[in-house]
Design a protein. Structure first.
Length: 129
């Protein structure tokens, strides 16, 4: 076999495998970004409910969530954060009651091939702690 035909075979093999390798790389990047976003949402919900349980201040709890989830782009808005007292159904945190904060977020993908993906982070804590 001559060297010219071997070069052609290598080029054909590369042309077949290159898109697969690029898609694999992009998939790894997207998965990593989604994993980071979910971790940020969980941490933001946990920190927000902690602030709410201690201070009973919705504004401070929203600020805590936004400050914790700084890796999200676009960042969290007030409408992404929902407060609910599990015992009374209100948004106030009376001592001895259970408060839950749910953060909803739509994650857009870098490539635009799939998505957006709806993600949530949830935190619960006993008020007055």
């Amino acid at each position: 076999m001559s060297r010219a035909s071997e070069r052609g075979a290598v080029a054909v093999e590369f042309a077949i495998l290159a898109p697969v390798l690029v898609m694999l790389l992009l998939g790894i990047m997207e998965f990593g970004r989604a994993y980071d976003a979910q971790a940020s949402l969980s941490a933001a919900a946990r920190e927000s409910v902690r602030v709410m349980a201690v201070s009973n201040d919705i504004s401070a709890a929203r600020t805590a969530a936004k400050s914790t989830a700084v890796s999200l782009h676009p960042g969290l808005a007030d409408g992404n954060i929902a407060f609910k007292n599990l015992d009374t159904g209100t948004t106030t945190c009376a001592p001895g009651n259970r408060m839950t904060i749910t953060i909803s977020y739509n994650l857009t993908t870098m490539t635009g091939i799939a998505g957006p993906f709806a993600m949530t982070g949830k935190g619960s804590m006993l008020c007055g702690g």
